[in-house]
Design a protein around this ligand. Structure first.
Ligand code: CP
Length: 311
């Protein structure tokens, strides 16, 4: 199948064939990372702007590396060092960036729906690099690629997503994608961190870590997003960690010996994961990061080359 969309905004919008196309394309681009000369001409002459209104280490760096390995011109824009700090609006900023003829704008913003606003207003392709608590589609794609390479397939796998589900765009994107690909998802966390609508997404809900991690193929631990919390949703970090932190002892007692431990980063060491788990044999956290470059190359190639983007 051919990619026909102008933008990549959500996993909810995509069907299984489109998700598989993105994951397959990323898999075919992975070998560039092991080349002596990490450069292919796929996007020569194209311009990519990384428009980041929120902090990022993994996503911004990997989009920049992906664009450069594809020979595109990549410009990084941080709101903190721009005229946004003088009061220029998000849309005015975007319109001014558009006047400089980019082919793809990659946007991260603290407001849910920010990337959709740009997609409606701008002719170039827009990639959602994380919008508030809403979605983070390229994170879900790199998670799927990591799981597929480790397990050999996706359909039929059981996944537990654990922690701060309420504020997690990573959880939302993964739930949409995994359900479409025939995976079973359990979300687990204290009731204050599980949104009431989550059952409508076709997932199981657990309020006990030991139950959620039993017999699953993948455990995806989430960061407590305290910057997005408005009230006291957990009694204390110490208590959260006691009940919801993953340790080697809990893994040994309740999880399968071939389970994968994932985390989108940044990790709060000693809160959601003990250092021994984060750095241990079950962990694929740095593999996720490495696959992020391949996924972002695939997204940029498909969008910059799509008919919709050229129309
Ligand atoms: N996973 C993720 O989005 O990490 P960053 O916030 O560092 O980009």
């Amino acid at each position: 199948m051919a990619w026909t969309r102008k933008d990549l905004l959500t996993m909810r919008d995509l069907d299984a064939a489109e998700i598989t196309l993105l994951v397959d394309s990323a898999a075919s681009l992975e070998e560039i990372a092991s080349r002596e000369i990490k450069k292919v001409p796929a996007l020569r002459g194209k311009t990519i702007v990384n428009l980041f209104y929120e902090n990022s280490t993994r996503t911004r760096t990997s989009f920049e590396i992906a664009g450069k390995w594809l020979s595109a011109d990549v410009i990084n824009f941080s709101a903190s060092g721009s005229s946004a700090a003088k009061g220029e609006s998000f849309l005015d900023t975007a319109k001014n960036i558009e006047a400089m003829s980019p082919d793809v704008v990659v946007v991260r913003h603290s407001s849910s729906g920010a990337s959709e606003i740009l997609a409606r207003a701008m002719r170039c392709s827009i990639v959602n690099a994380g919008d508030g608590c809403h979605e983070h589609p390229t994170q879900a794609l790199l998670d799927l690629l990591t799981i597929r390479e480790r397990k050999g397939h996706l359909e039929g796998l059981q996944v537990a997503i654990v922690g701060d589900i309420a504020h997690s765009r990573v959880a939302r994107s993964n739930i949409h994608a995994m359900r479409k690909l025939g995976m079973t998802v359990t979300v687990a966390g204290p009731p204050t961190l599980i949104p009431p609508f989550v059952g409508e997404l076709g997932v199981k809900v657990s309020h006990r870590l030991e139950d959620a991690i039993r017999d699953v193929d993948v455990i995806m631990m989430l960061r407590l997003q305290q910057e997005r919390m408005t009230g006291g949703l957990i009694p204390s970090l110490r208590e959260y960690s006691r009940y919801w932190g993953l340790t080697l002892d809990k893994l040994a007692a309740h999880a399968r010996p071939d389970v994968l431990i994932m985390h989108p980063g940044p990790v709060n060491r000693g809160v959601e994961l003990s250092p021994e788990v984060a750095d241990g044999p079950y962990s694929v956290i740095l593999d996720q990061v490495a696959k992020g470059v391949a996924v972002r190359m695939a997204v940029l190639v498909l969008l910059a080359g799509s008919k919709a983007a050229q129309a």
